[in-house]
Write a protein that binds this ligand. Structure first.
Ligand code: AMP
Ligand code: ZN
Length: 510
């Protein structure tokens, strides 16, 4: 355990709360000195759950492969970013200070990850009769709209690839100088035969399978010395109308896809990275190539921990952006689903398992999320936070997250809190605290709900009012208006006001 800073994890922990009991509580914890917790998660590089030891105690440098902005991000892409957000916030909750950088791929990503096919950005521009830059701007904005709608925190640095062309050129120059790269047919390639171990993520069996896969790749680039070599810089583009091109020592051209993540990461996070994130499809060839070129460039190991999120699938298999038809968070919203209910759904399952999406499951998750909000809305705000209970359950919640980001176990702790023998103020304070990671607007929504339905309403009152509303409805239907009015008056005498609205009968406390 290492001392990090004098607050319980998050930098904004001692912000003032409206509730006086919580304000006192927060002042108290802010005066204590607490430690960064031990943290474990699955490292794709070692293929086991590792203890996380950052390069600098208490600080985390994290890089995330961002979207290719030729089209909307589908809800599968967004699952990956939700689970990465859970990792960032879990680390922060455990006391680490995280700096996170994300690239935006707006050039160089071809339709096949093996440098073949069409440039995705160019294809997008053609499809929509717009310029590549217009497409990039439009889909970057759309991406962050959905990214934030599901409660994700924006990375500290967001860098489009087209901002960093001089850095890419420099890296390619160094790789050529060091003998790790060669020119052929006008392009510059990375020579994978110069490495002792190219398939760093793979077991012996997986290596064999990957080699067969690479050999069988349909479209072959005859300039490559080895099948696994990859393009660092294109000059002999097969696309005559390649929209984005830059001058370089090897002629006018554009960068390969993989180079951007190595350069953007080093530009902002230095030459020893703690955590690199992506979806499982990024492992090969993208992350394999990133490691090859980064370590050849640096001359020492680059990134120690690789965090990969498994895919969201539907009943037909993997969701894919290029297949044309796919679901976005905005489409879910248009259909009446809450983006935070989608987040709730994703957090219920572990990031290392494929997750199957269906509307039925989303429907039932929406119900569970609403029930949770309702339960929290019934907690009274009065009373003092019980410090010992708070610490006990905060620790349990932290243990779930530091154990390979076990978000579903974190929910179990929250439900245990709601059932536990402790006062409402402590339950509310814990729900508020847990929401630093869950980001489900638990308190905000619970307060909005209790304002709508009457503050601090217990289940018994709620049941009673619901019955009376039904009785009144029946009386009205039977044209017994005197009875209907009597029920309204009976409730009013108890401080419960009914309102007839177009959406039905609503009620609140007087
Ligand atoms: P892209 O915009 O295609 O580069 O993808 C953005 C991120 O989404 C990458 O980290 C991918 O690994 C990830 N991703 C792609 N498809 C899926 C999927 N079906 N489920 C979860 N993540 C995905
Ligand atoms: Zn990347």
């Amino acid at each position: 355990m290492e001392a990090v800073r004098g607050v319980t994890g998050r930098k904004d922990r001692h912000k003032t709360k409206n509730n006086s009991a919580q304000a006192v509580y927060h002042k108290k914890v802010s005066e204590e000195c607490i430690m960064a917790e031990k943290f474990h998660f699955y490292n794709s590089l070692t293929r086991k759950v590792d203890e996380f030891v950052p390069n600098e105690p208490g600080k985390v440098s994290m890089y995330t492969c961002g979207p290719t902005v030729y089209h909307y991000a589908h809800i599968g892409n967004i699952r990956t970013y939700i689970m990465q957000d859970a990792l960032v916030k879990s680390l922060e909750y455990a006391g680490y200070d995280v700096k996170r950088v994300m690239n935006i791929t707006d050039v160089g990503h071809l339709s096949s990850d093996a440098d073949t096919g069409e440039d995705k950005m160019l294809a997008g521009a053609k499809r929509e009769h717009k310029s590549v830059m217009e497409i990039a701007k439009f889909y970057t904005d759309a991406f962050f709209k959905d990214f934030e709608a599901v409660g994700n925190k924006k990375p500290d640095v967001i860098e489009p690839a087209t901002n960093c062309i001089p850095e890419f050129i420099h890296m390619v120059e160094v790789l050529l100088e060091k003998g790790y790269a060669y020119q052929a047919g006008g392009n510059v390639y990375f020579d994978t035969s110069k490495l002792d171990d190219y398939y760093v993520f793979s077991s012996a069996l997986e290596k064999e399978q990957l080699e067969i896969g690479v050999r069988d790749d349909v479209e072959e680039d005859t300039n490559k010395k080895n099948k696994t070599d990859f393009v660092l810089w294109f000059t002999k583009s097969k696309f005559e109308d390649q929209a984005l091109k830059w001058d370089s020592p090897w002629g006018v051209g554009y960068p390969g896809w993989h180079i951007e993540c190595s350069c953007i990461s080093m530009k902002h996070l230095g030459d020893r990275l703690d955590i690199h994130c992506g979806g499982v499809d990024n492992i090969f060839p993208h992350h394999t190539n990133e490691i090859a070129q980064s370590e050849a460039f640096l001359g020492h190991p680059w990134c120690k921990y690789w965090f990969h999120v498994h895919h969201l699938v539907d009943k037909n298999g993997k969701m894919s952006k290029s297949s044309g038809e796919f679901l976005t968070v905005s489409v879910l919203q248009e259909k009446g689903y809450d983006p935070l209910a989608y987040r709730f759904f994703c957090l219920q399952s572990h990031y290392r398992k494929p997750l199957e999406f269906s509307y039925d499951v989303l429907e039932s998750m929406t119900g569970a999320y609403e029930k949770l909000i309702k339960r929290i809305s019934q907690l009274s705000k009065d009373g003092e936070v019980q410090q010992d209970k708070f610490d006990e359950y905060r620790q349990k919640f932290t243990e779930a997250l530091t154990d390979d980001v076990n978000t579903s176990m974190a929910f179990t702790v929250l439900y245990d809190v709601l059932k536990a023998d402790m006062n409402d103020a402590t339950k509310r304070a814990l729900a508020d605290s847990f929401d630093e990671v869950l980001s489900l607007d638990l308190i905000k929504r619970a307060d909005a709900l209790s304002e709508e339905t009457g503050e601090g309403v217990d289940e018994e009152t709620e049941k009673y009012v619901a019955e009376k509303i039904e009785e009144r409805k029946a009386a009205k239907k039977a044209k017994d208006f005197a009875k209907a009015d009597a029920i309204r008056d009976e409730l009013a005498a108890k401080g419960i006001i009914l309102e007839d609205t177009r959406e039905g009968v609503k009620w609140h406390k007087a």
